[in-house]
Design a protein around this ligand. Sequence first.
Ligand code: NAX
Length: 312
Amino acid sequence: MRVLVTGAAGQIGYALVPMIARGVMLGADQPVILHMLDIPPAAEALNGVVATTDVVEACTGVNVAVMVGGFPRKEGMERKDVMSKNVSIYKAQASALEAHAAPNCKVLVVANPANTNALILKEFAPSIPERNVTCLTRLDHNRALGQISERLNVQVCDVKNVIIWGNHSSTQYPDVNHATVKTSSGEKPVRELVADDEWLNGEFITTVQQRGAAIIKARKLSSALSAASSACDHIRDWVLGTAEGTFVSMGVYSDGSYGVPAGLIYSFPVTCSGGEWKIVQGLPIDELSRKKMDATAQELSEEKALAYSCLE
Ligand code: NAX
């Protein structure tokens, strides 16, 4: 399989590329050919990882595209300026993927604003099926699992089915209403074991929402290893499938499920099998969840409008 990583000379790229080469993303027995793209100012750093600054060369024949490259928000920049830079990057790279990627190429957008970059990519690559364009919210999902495991002093692999709804931003809604923990007497709901709704409805949510900012504060750099590892989790589960009874969070093109407006890239609970994701249906949604799911959808609608205004 050919795997494209854009932004390959950056922090996440540096951590991600060796993981893919080691089989963490697609399995130990899957041979991979890595395509690494960055921009000319990064060419010198790129020499350290071997790659290209030619978009067409990078996109040709790829089966998986992990889009980490983008324009970061710099001090003093307005949201609209950052959006406009990323819209033009994602519009151009959408066309390159559409023209040169392998049929059925799976796309994961990591670069922020991840959901909206993915939406622009989808809009400008109409021949790539919409189900093939996704964005990363698995890092937030993994952070939510981590918070619960720490609180209950259990292994993180024993916690499952948390959900990240919506935008990969501070309006995301980390939801534990359907999450469970494996115990010696079977699977138990997280709400029952934690038995502290105030924490679950308050600090737990804000900690997950703000974790990215907390890391920047501590490291003076944003998350890199955890983001790379989550990108591998996302693609691995998508390609190789999720375990029976387990769902994960992925930013996917909304079909209107759970009253989320169609036409947004919104993070939903999904299961994967045979290389396809499916939104988990029929989960009961309480009033608090509804409000939070709508608020993050509202933010995404606003981002979409802003992105489109940059195209005019
Ligand atoms: P870096 O600035 O270290 O790396 C970005 C790389 O992208 C740079 O080497 C840059 O030259 C390259 N680049 C810029 N424009 C490009 C283009 N048009 N084509 C190809 N490459 C291009 O950032 P890093 O820390 O690696 O983060 C990358 C992106 O991930 C950022 O947008 C960041 O906000 C986003 N994140 C998203 C996360 C998520 O969960 N969805 C979490 C981690 C991270 O914050």
